[in-house]
Design a protein around this ligand. Structure first.
Ligand SMILES: [Zn+2]
Length: 869
């Protein structure tokens, strides 16, 4: 890219109110594969009368047919059109504007604006897709009322949907028909939606607390209706939960969801008409795993909850994205916790945060939850904005308490319903609800990087007092960063493992602070940041002995799990040291005993036990290293897993068999936990690479009556060099090749294979008939999963990087959003050894020099290349 073409960032500090507003808009769509006609009729006004600024509407990738101002067709010298906008030089203070333009949905592989997913027309307008449909004030602080008329061929598109209530329908000439929709709520353009297709519909209803029924409809491609029941049940549970817990009732008489194959994200909360990736709707016992069921429930809840936190109260500008996302993720996490095991869910949430958000926050694309600038907004739908954003809401909840939090939520809707607001407005409502000053807390919205907390302790035998010395720092922001305000939950354990009676919640506000606890009769063991009360990296003086003790006794189940992971990590890191000095590996005796004790403890919840038995991931080891040792991490983890399996072979086998007979398939937490634990046992056993365990796995694969067991067994066979592996992959393919969502799984595990031919196989699969670059689910499954295959992606001969370079080049032309998302794999650039660093640098430079590289990919690649190592 040349200097002039370099994309420029937009800044939060440059925000200005919109100079024009829209009273109402009427849209007409005459649908056609490559020539869809759009007519937009708007009633508009100038926000500050008397000023003479021209009207500038955003619009891209479309053909303008004509413009009418107050019913009069405009001459070409009265306006100007370029690649990004339509400027009308002179408009009065109030006026009607009619714009007619043409778009090409079939050619739209970017999957924003209006496009086709197989035979279905659908839209994705967040954040800036609407400007690819028609010229508009495409920004969230311009809210207006929409009516929409859709015209299409009646045989091909019998179902025509948009937001709100259906007002009229009828037949037209030439086999066409129309439907007209009216949304009574004002909304920004990013929440507009349209769908047309020959769809099947699962129908149900929900009785609101106020006694009014809501019609619920889930639409999908024909033949898939039977897979929508779990989504429907999840929707009804979400509606009930939001009434019970947040006091929020649904506000339209109809709620529709449509499932499509080609979708960049998981789902979209368009008002009254959510559009979903099929992966977040379709699920049944045969073809979906327990994790898939779980995800459907979660995403349905998330999008439904947006009706209030996002749609009713929306964003002033895109920098505020976490206002709706952080809050809504917090809400869906609470929903999942209330319906399932709270601790298991918390552990899973924190694992995701540590596995993805912490590395993002430590890498070249680190940003605060409210970013101060962006080049391409689509790059900021990040785990930081979503997951760290949710942790920030959770900290407010912990700091001010449940009652004040819900008072604050009530205030938030009282003050801002129907408006486009900011994160500051939200925190202000929380201050009113709690009568507390959260000024310092707001720094969480401004600082990037995961804060570190250094802990030192001091026990005074004679005064029976115990002191914690805490010091916070933020290496990402540097030395002079002002300190953050956060809650810290903790416990002090006596030598029998009982908690001392102390105040369990403290608040940290200074850079350095000490907290003293009295009446502590003996030197205690500390259990810090219980329940992960703040998203920190804690540096404690705890030893392996302390972790073993906490694993057995901590009254906080989250920290019991945490201790098991800390201990595992410490063991793996010390093995790695031995590896470096060519010492023979020896398994630490305390760890061995703690692990066996855990395995034989039958009082533990299945889900929790499984989580505690899992070893820390290669990626979590990498986070502890300045230069990542990909091969070493893989090697020691493999060795430890095998050693633990050898040591506990009988126990694993016994436990496996005891969990085998489950009766009919159900997806309650207990049954799910049972299957998880069973498959965890099998995972240890198969890594002994003994014939009997390969056969056991193969037996489970062939006889399973549900996808969880079938796919778990296949994933395990896939990791072992044996004839059963090829047969199983083949068998699975022939059984499921008509089901794209199952093929996503099939591609994904092959890309994750640790066997030597992994890359070769991935390259072959790129040309396989089930693969299609245009379907994001497939691209992510094959290319995205390979990036998680550290040993092969980071191969020393550079083959993994070369492969990815080609994949990004291809993908960037088809779908820049997906290409940019996958390019986050370059995040590890600063943590590579000199050889790999040089290789990846070559790849980054080649990509940056690519002609017409998208703004999306440019932003990620250029930031990665610039990062200091
Ligand atoms: Zn969301």
């Amino acid at each position: 890219m040349t200097e002039q073409e370099t994309p420029k960032p937009k800044f939060l500090k440059d925000y200005q109110k919109p100079p024009f507003g829209i009273t109402k808009v009427h849209l007409t769509f005459d649908l056609d594969d490559s020539k869809t006609r759009v007519i937009s009729h708007m009633k508009m006004f100038r926000e500050t009368s008397g000023k003479k600024a021209p009207l500038v509407l955003s619009g891209e990738r479309m053909k303008l047919i004509q413009v009418q101002l107050d019913g009069k067709e405009m001459r070409e010298n009265e306006y100007e059109v370029d690649e990004k906008s339509l400027t009308i030089f002179k408009v009065p203070d109030e006026f009607h504007l009619t714009i007619e333009n043409e778009i090409d949905p079939k050619a739209n592989t970017f999957l924003d604006g209006l496009y086709k997913s197989k035979d279905i027309f659908c839209t994705q307008n967040e954040p800036q897709g609407f400007r690819k449909i028609t010229y508009f004030l495409d920004r969230p602080d311009v809210m207006t009322k929409y009516t929409t008329k859709i015209i299409a061929n009646k045989n091909e598109y019998p179902i025509l949907l948009s937001n709100g209530n259906k007002m009229a329908s009828g037949d037209l000439k030439k086999d066409k028909h129309f439907v007209e929709w009216e949304d009574p709520f004002k909304k920004p353009s990013y929440l507009f939606a349209l769908v047309a297709g020959d769809l099947e519909c699962l129908e149900d209803s929900f009785m609101r607390r106020s006694g009014k029924p809501v019609l619920l409809q889930i639409f999908c491609e024909k033949g898939f209706k039977s897979k929508c029941h779990h989504a429907m049940e999840s929707l009804k549970k979400s509606m009930k939960w939001d009434e019970d817990v947040f006091n929020l009732e649904y506000d339209l008489d109809i709620f529709m969801i449509v499932a499509v194959d080609a979708f960049n994200a998981g789902a979209m909360e368009n008002k009254g008409l959510n559009i979903f990736n099929t992966s977040c709707i379709l699920a049944d016992q045969d073809s979906a795993t327990d994790d898939n069921f779980d995800r459907v429930e979660k995403v349905i809840a998330h999008e439904y909850f947006h009706n209030w936190t996002g749609d009713r109260v929306t964003l002033r500008d895109w920098f505020q994205l976490t206002l709706k996302e952080g809050l809504t993720v917090f809400r869906d996490q609470e929903f999942t916790s209330d319906l399932n095991s709270r601790t298991v869910h918390r552990i899973e949430t924190v694992s995701i945060l540590r596995g993805y958000q912490f590395p993002e926050d430590a890498g070249p694309t680190a940003h605060p939850i409210r970013p101060p600038s962006y080049i391409e907004m689509n790059n900021f739908y990040t785990t930081t904005v979503y997951d760290k954003g949710s942790e920030v809401i959770r900290m407010i909840y912990t700091l001010i308490g449940k009652e004040a939090f819900f008072k604050g939520i009530k205030k938030y809707f009282e003050l801002f319903d129907g408006q486009a607001v900011t994160c500051d407005d939200f925190v202000h409502a929380m201050e009113l609800g709690s009568e507390r000053d959260l000024t310092q807390f707001k720094r969480w919205y401004e600082q990037k990087g995961t804060p570190h907390l250094k802990v030192e302790t001091d026990y005074n035998e004679s005064s029976k007092s115990f002191t914690l010395h805490l010091e916070q720092s933020n290496p990402m922001e540097g030395r002079n960063t002002p300190p953050l305000h956060f809650p810290l939950q903790l416990g002090l354990l006596d030598s029998k493992g009982k908690d001392f009676a102390i105040q369990n919640l403290i608040e940290m506000k200074q850079k350095k602070e000490s907290f003293t606890f009295q009446n502590i009769s003996e030197k205690p063991t500390i259990s810090l940041n219980r329940g992960f009360s703040a998203p920190l990296i804690v540096d404690t003086p705890l030893t392996n002995k302390d972790y073993t003790f906490l694993m057995a006794h901590d009254s906080d189940p989250f920290n019991r799990w945490e201790a098991s992971q800390e201990l595992g990590t410490s063991i793996l890191l010390s093995l790695l040291k031995d590896h470096g000095t060519q010492k023979e590996f020896l398994l630490n005796q305390d760890y061995k005993e703690a692990f066996t004790m855990l395995l034989s403890d039958n009082s533990l919840d299945y889900g929790l036990k499984t989580l505690a038995l899992l070893l820390p991931t290669e990626s979590s080891l990498g986070q502890k290293q300045k230069i990542i040792d990909f091969d070493g991490n893989h090697l020691v983890r493999k060795w430890l897993r095998k050693e633990l399996a050898r040591d506990n072979q009988e126990l694993f086998l016994e436990l496996y068999h005891s969990l085998e007979d489950e009766g009919p398939y159900t997806i309650d937490s207990k049954s799910v936990g049972k299957r998880k634990l069973k498959n965890c046992c099998l995972a240890y056993l198969i890594h002994l690479e003994k014939k009997e365990f390969i056969e056991l796995t193969n037996k489970q694969f062939l006889n399973a009556n549900n996808m969880t067991d079938e796919f778990s067994a296949l994933s395990l066979l896939n990791q072992i060099e044996c004839p059963e592996r090829e047969e199983a992959l083949d068998h699975f393919y022939h059984k499921w090749n008509k089901d794209q969502l199952v093929m996503v799984k099939w591609l994904s595990i092959q890309a994750l294979s640790p066997l030597p031919d992994a890359l070769h196989n991935v390259e072959k699969l790129l040309t396989h008939s089930v693969f299609d670059y245009k379907i994001p689910n497939l691209a992510r499954a094959l290319i995205g999963s390979f990036l998680e295959n550290h040993v092969h992606f980071h191969a020393l001969d550079g083959s993994g990087y070369r492969f990815f370079e080609e994949a990004v080049k291809t993908l960037d032309e088809i779908n820049p959003q997906v290409a940019a998302r996958l390019s986050n794999a370059f995040r590890k650039f600063p943590k590579l050894d000199p050889k790999r660093h040089e290789l990846m640098k070559g790849t980054l430079e080649t990509l940056l020099n690519k002609k017409d590289l998208s703004r999306n990919t440019f932003e990620i690649v250029s930031k990665s290349l610039k990062s200091p190592s």
